[in-house]
Unconditional design. Structure first.
Length: 386
């Protein structure tokens, strides 16, 4: 048996939803998934229709599975899946370990396209989860790895998703969208492509489209903590902070050791003025990342500043500034603490340095924290420049 068909059925009133998935038995890879919404009034016709549609799809997917590039050797394949475990942690330490394991897989099998794609996505993510990793250093590495992945396997959806995200970071929205759509066309069941495309859309205020993509991503991988967190982020960017807090707590209840969910929870609490609660969550998040002493430190500084403890906030500023002088890319973090202190000139000054060295991230600029700066002429000039 080379493939396994599994599925689930849910019912709401007179409507049923059937979700079917085709799994490659050899490695557990999800080859295909689809969802069918039908009325239950004629259950026999429903069964026949779904069976026919699944049969039509299976033949093509099984044939595609037979042509999909395979792991050149078991050792490389094992290293690849170990890397994926660390990749899913979404921490600096986890991503660095994932990069190391992908590199080991490539060393054992240089033609292993999936490992090159995995390394590309790791390089792309690292600056988002590290205060010391520069986009200017890792994004070129991500592009080179994604390009190599496509040279080895032109059907790599992951490589296109990485290139899409890199184009978005370079403010090339059209190029990004082209790659996202290509990734989804190549592999409609690839949850990360839908997830990253949803993030791309919500940052650009295309909220309905973003919700659709994020919900599709969750349907495809309903156990993914980062996809569940992305849906929380959708509420947060919509300024629905109460709902964001509620949904974030659900994610944390299911994944208590997943720091990214606490990151968005603290942001929503800070926006709600619940500084004491935010500080407690920041401390929990930092405890989960004990090997990363600067993690969430800028949020702690912001929370202390807004709760009236200016002296402690300024101590954090001193720590961040000292680390910046040692070469770490902390202008954005420093600007955030100045924002907490309501020193808008110093906050924008830090953002100007960030733009000059690393560029400004569209996602950051859409964040509600910057609403109070958005009408200032100096920030508007900076946004036009970026």
């Amino acid at each position: 048996m080379s493939a396994l068909l599994e599925g689930s059925v849910s019912k709401a009133g007179k409507q049923i939803r059937v979700t079917a998935r085709l799994i490659n038995v050899a490695d557990g890879f999800q080859l295909w998934t689809d969802t069918y919404d039908r009325s239950i009034d004629d259950i026999i016709a429903v069964e026949d229709d779904i069976a026919r549609r699944i049969a039509e799809r299976l033949q093509g997917k099984i044939e595609a599975a037979q042509t999909r590039p395979k792991a050149p050797n078991p050792e490389a394949h094992a290293l690849y899946w170990r890397a994926r475990l660390f990749w899913n942690k979404r921490t600096e330490a986890g991503l660095k370990r994932a990069a190391q394991l992908f590199q080991e897989a490539i060393a054992k099998a240089p033609g292993y396209g999936a490992a090159h794609a995995g390394l590309a996505s790791t390089y792309y993510l690292l600056p988002q989860y590290s205060v010391s990793a520069r986009q200017s250093q890792y994004h070129p590495l991500a592009r080179a790895s994604a390009t190599r992945a496509l040279e080895l396997d032109s059907s790599s959806a992951e490589a296109h998703a990485v290139l899409a995200s890199l184009q978005a970071a370079a403010h090339d929205a059209n190029g990004a969208e082209e790659h996202f759509r290509r990734a989804i066309q190549l592999e409609p069941s690839y949850a990360t492509a839908h997830h990253w495309y949803g993030v791309f859309l919500v940052v650009r205020a295309r909220r309905d489209e973003a919700w659709s993509e994020l919900r599709t991503a969750l349907d495809l991988d309903h156990t993914s903590p980062i996809i569940q967190t992305a849906l929380v982020h959708w509420y947060y960017l919509g300024r629905d902070y109460d709902r964001a807090v509620e949904e974030a707590r659900k994610v944390i209840d299911a994944f208590p050791e997943f720091p990214a969910a606490r990151h968005i929870l603290t942001a929503a609490l800070l926006q709600s003025g619940r500084y004491k609660e935010a500080l407690a969550e920041i401390d929990k998040s930092r405890a989960l990342q004990a090997d990363e002493p600067l993690a969430e430190l800028e949020k702690r500084g912001y929370a202390l500043a807004r709760s009236g403890d200016r002296a402690e906030a300024e101590k954090i500023l001193s720590v961040l500034e000292e680390q910046r002088q040692q070469g770490k890319p902390l202008d954005g973090a420093i600007g955030f603490v100045w924002l907490g202190l309501k020193n808008y000139d110093r906050a924008i000054e830090a953002l100007e340095r960030e733009e000059a060295t690393e560029g400004l991230d569209d996602e950051m600029l859409s964040d509600p924290f910057f609403d109070e700066l958005r009408n200032l002429p100096r920030l508007q000039a900076l946004l036009r420049k970026s």
